[in-house]
Design a protein around this ligand. Structure first.
Ligand code: HEM
Ligand SMILES: *[C@@H]1O[C@H](CO)[C@@H](O)[C@H](O)[C@H]1NC(C)=O
Ligand SMILES: *[C@@H]1O[C@H](CO)[C@@H](O)[C@H](O)[C@H]1NC(C)=O
Ligand SMILES: *[C@@H]1O[C@H](CO)[C@@H](O)[C@H](O)[C@H]1NC(C)=O
Ligand SMILES: *[C@@H]1O[C@H](CO)[C@@H](O)[C@H](O)[C@H]1NC(C)=O
Length: 331
């Protein structure tokens, strides 16, 4: 009796503790975090992002991807922005990032402008979060309120980047399980993948799909093969748009593409597999693809909510980490 009540109070204690930890990010991150300390922050960032995207729209895609690749590697802590240093090998050269992640000069420009007005106040991790949202909005996608108050890491982990980021050769089961690890449902994973409505990929990441996959439209495959030769090492860096229809616009055409077997990456096409009789992982994502294809507003609403959720991944708050002066190096 005594031991069982002792047991249950231990359990209660654990639950209380878990609830406290679980809500820690919600307590510290706030859309008003810099209201007093840097009231012009949001408008300053938006101005910078808008002027960069007016020059070159693709950078919007690159900035959105940077935020994703930051958050899935030890949380949204600006770790992806760190250059290699004497103490650690950074994430920029991890397999999913090398010769691929871009947009760092924009983050530098934004940080420089923000430091000028609010020195030592705003983290690089928060700048990434705002810039990702502003990029999506600029390109015609949904908006969301960005929670703020993250601090910057004092280290980066190439190993964690290699381990945690999905690969373009992933199958549906693997995609579901990678995102589940970070608390995302299958439906949220399908919505987040809709980010591939903008931006480009290199031949090396879709060659296998062009030459090995059966669930690919013939005409589409032929066209893409002409700029992505079968021989490994030839044309590896040749680019193709992730969304064949509206390369620049953030819309729901990604889902129409994969419905028509025109997903560029193997991992994209995995979300819609009617051709394979829905054999992927025992969970059919086909119906979700059809829903987002039919309703852009449904896609936008799930995407925006999932982006907020992504921003909640393991932020450093309180006295953890630091506010970097230069996003590329620790203070
Ligand atoms: C579902 C699993 C995912 C896989 C396997 C994946 C993989 C990839 C790959 C291989 C590329 C092309 C990189 C290159 O060739 O250099 C790419 C580009 C991109 N990804 Fe993903 N990705 C995934 C999910 C996401 C998510 C969740 C987001 C954001 C919310 C995202 C945003 C982007 C964007 C915007 C680009 C284009 C970047 C540019 O043009 O610079 N991806 N992704
Ligand atoms: C404070 O934050 C809220 C929520 O983002 C915003 O509506 C309000 O305008 C902000 N106030 C100032 C002074 O920036
Ligand atoms: C490496 O770590 C040491 C000890 O924490 C620190 O003093 C030093 O500044 C770091 N060096 C670099 C290049 O980050
Ligand atoms: C899919 O299912 C149909 C009917 O159930 C069958 O005729 C066809 O061979 C299957 N296709 C594949 C690729 O398994
Ligand atoms: C997905 O990939 C994993 C790892 O390569 C493999 O074990 C699994 O059988 C694959 N699942 C399906 C449904 O193909």
């Amino acid at each position: 009796m005594a031991s069982s009540s002792f047991g249950s109070s231990i359990v209660a204690l654990f639950i209380t503790f878990a609830v406290l930890i679980g809500s820690a990010s919600a307590v510290h991150l706030s859309i008003r975090y810099y209201n007093n300390s840097c009231p012009k922050l949001l408008s300053m960032v938006k101005d910078k992002v808008d002027s960069q995207l007016e020059k070159k729209e693709r950078i919007g895609a690159s900035l959105l991807r940077l935020f994703f690749h930051d958050c899935f590697v030890n949380g949204c802590d600006g770790s992806i922005l760190l250059d290699d240093s004497a103490n650690f090998t950074g994430e920029k050269n991890a397999i999913p990032n090398r010769n691929s992640v871009r947009g760092f000069h924009v983050i530098d420009a934004v940080k420089y402008a923000v430091e000028d007005v609010c020195p030592g106040i705003v983290s690089c991790a928060d700048i990434l979060a705002i810039v990702a949202r502003d990029s999506v909005v600029f390109l015609g996608g949904p908006s969301w309120r960005v929670k703020l108050g993250r601090r910057d890491s004092r280290a980066a982990s190439q190993a964690a980047a290699n381990e945690n980021l999905p690969s373009p050769t992933s199958n549906l089961t693997e995609l579901i399980s990678i995102f589940r690890k970070f608390g995302f449902t299958t439906r949220e994973m399908v919505a987040l993948s809709g980010a591939h409505t903008i931006g480009k990929a290199r031949c090396t990441n879709f060659r296998g799909r062009l030459y090995n996959d059966l669930d690919i439209d013939d005409v589409f495959a032929k066209e893409r093969r002409s700029k992505c030769p079968e021989l490994q090492g030839s044309g590896d860096d040749n680019l193709a748009p992730l969304d064949i229809q509206t390369t620049i616009a953030f819309d729901n055409s990604y889902y129409i593409n994969i419905f028509m077997k025109m997903g560029l990456l193997h991992s994209d096409q995995q979300l819609f597999q009617l051709q394979n009789n829905g054999t992927g992982g025992g969970v059919s994502t086909d119906s979700m693809v059809v829903e987002y294809m039919k309703s852009q507003s449904s896609f936008f609403s799930y995407f925006a909510k999932a982006m907020v959720k992504m921003g909640d991944l393991y932020p450093l708050t309180g006295s953890s980490g630091e506010i970097r002066k230069n996003c590329r190096v620790i203070n």
